[in-house]
Design a protein around this ligand. Structure first.
Ligand code: PLP
Length: 411
């Protein structure tokens, strides 16, 4: 297979882009289902799905048809006008979350913007309900909420947060799973306005924070009058086997959040995100002029998302996520590769733990052998195929993973 176009384009890439991503792995050209091809014609089985974004895989016919048709009718309106897909999508999101009366959706264009909206609601809660603008926000060690300045303030990893400090003040971090630490954070003199957390921390290596911890956070928020924000940017829209991860008791303790944020998989590759405020008390904090974005709820993005949700429902993809996730974990656990110490996750959001810090080399090896996975930490590979992935494709992926050499050189 020729490899020269890829090299040529990547060289050009490096001269025209700011270097925030390093050199991309390949230049991709087109995809179909769970497969994608690079510009030199090499085929890959994609078990990363654009980092848990391409829910329906590449070029799903219903998605292509709906987006093409919407593009011919109405791509953008501004928020001075509404569109039917936008209203239908908000209605559907409230339906699939069993949202109580008075709940409302805010649309954004990405995960970080969904979290900005949630953090602004928490700030408004501090002002209007707690009457204390300095009320604190609690986030978790190893949590990731995005790279805009508000969401970044609640993002733990020092290497990406510290170069931009000082950030939004009054954000504190507690270790995930440490109920005593959370309790003492609440007991400090300045009140807590909100807690923001993921139920499965992606950047920590796909680690669940645990239902007991989440239930404790809910109870503390109730006792002290704080809002509980669950960031489901990665875990939402079927990724873990239910529409949202908070709907699974072992992940959430069976609680109902005050705000849930979503993005990534919602529109299966079209930029879209947002926040759902549960109940009128939270939803009404946003009044006219208090937040907004030119593209938010754009009809093209809304149609892409609505179609994604409809296909997930029509094709029982939540059942597929549960079955394929189970299959993947069983096959990896018995594949005999001694580099793998364990596999954990929920649905189709999983990580394989490695016995040594060679995840980058393992990811590169898999790529060379036609499989896309992701080194989410030095020690773990994130596996997040599209929700449409088939039984044979899971077997094919595991067959490649099983062959990763154990004597890889760690970088
Ligand atoms: N929150 C979580 C849990 C995420 O995983 C991500 C992205 O990886 C974000 C927020 C930020 O989303 P985006 O990159 O769309 O801004």
């Amino acid at each position: 297979m020729m490899n020269n176009q890829d090299t040529w384009w990547l060289e050009k890439y490096s001269h025209v882009h700011m270097n925030v991503f390093g050199t991309p792995l390949r230049v991709l050209d087109h995809g179909q289902g769970a497969y994608v091809w690079d510009i030199d014609g090499n085929q890959y089985l994609d078990f990363l799905a654009g980092i848990a974004v391409n829910s329906l895989g590449y070029a799903h016919p219903d998605w292509v048809h709906a987006v093409s048709q919407q593009a011919q009718m109405l791509a953008h309106t501004s928020n001075y006008f509404a569109s039917v897909p936008q209203i239908e999508l908000a209605t559907k999101l409230l339906e699939i979350t069993n949202a109580p009366k008075g709940s409302r959706v805010y649309f954004a264009n990405s995960g970080t913007e969904g979290n900005e909206a949630a953090l602004k609601l928490v700030k408004l809660h501090a002002h209007e309900v707690l009457h204390n603008p300095n009320a604190r926000i609690i986030a978790l060690d190893h949590g990731f909420h995005g790279r805009t300045l508000g969401a970044l303030a609640a993002t733990w990893k020092p290497a990406i947060r510290e170069p931009y400090e000082p950030l939004m003040p009054n954000v504190e971090f507690v270790p995930a799973g440490d109920i005593a630490a959370l309790e003492s954070a609440f007991e400090a003199e300045t009140p807590v306005a909100g807690v923001i957390m993921e139920l499965i921390q992606g950047e920590a290596g796909v680690q669940a924070v645990g239902g007991e911890f989440v239930a404790a956070a809910r109870a503390l928020c109730d006792r002290y009058g704080a809002l509980l924000v669950i960031d489901e940017v990665q875990t939402g829209i079927g990724r873990t086997g239910s529409w949202f991860a908070f709907q699974q008791k072992e992940l959430s303790g069976g609680i109902m959040p005050d705000i849930v944020t979503f993005a990534k998989g919602v529109a299966s590759g079209f930029p879209m995100g947002g926040a759902i405020a549960f109940g009128d008390n939270v939803a009404r904090l946003f009044g006219p002029g208090l937040h907004g974005s030119t593209f938010a709820g754009n009809p093209l993005a809304a149609k892409a998302a609505l179609t994604t949700l409809q296909v997930i429902e029509r094709d029982n993809l939540l059942d597929n996520v549960v079955a394929r996730g189970q299959q993947l974990r069983e096959l990896i656990a018995t594949c005999g590769n001694s580099l793998f110490t364990s596999i954990h996750g929920a649905g189709l959001l999983n990580a394989i733990e490695l016995s040594k810090p060679c995840a980058h080399a393992a990811m590169q090896w898999a790529l060379k052998h036609g499989l896309i996975v992701n080194a989410v930490t030095d020690h773990s590979l994130r596996i997040a195929p599209p929700l449409i992935v088939g039984e044979q494709q899971v077997r094919d992926a595991v067959a490649i993973l099983a062959e990763i050499p154990t004597d890889l050189v760690c970088d």
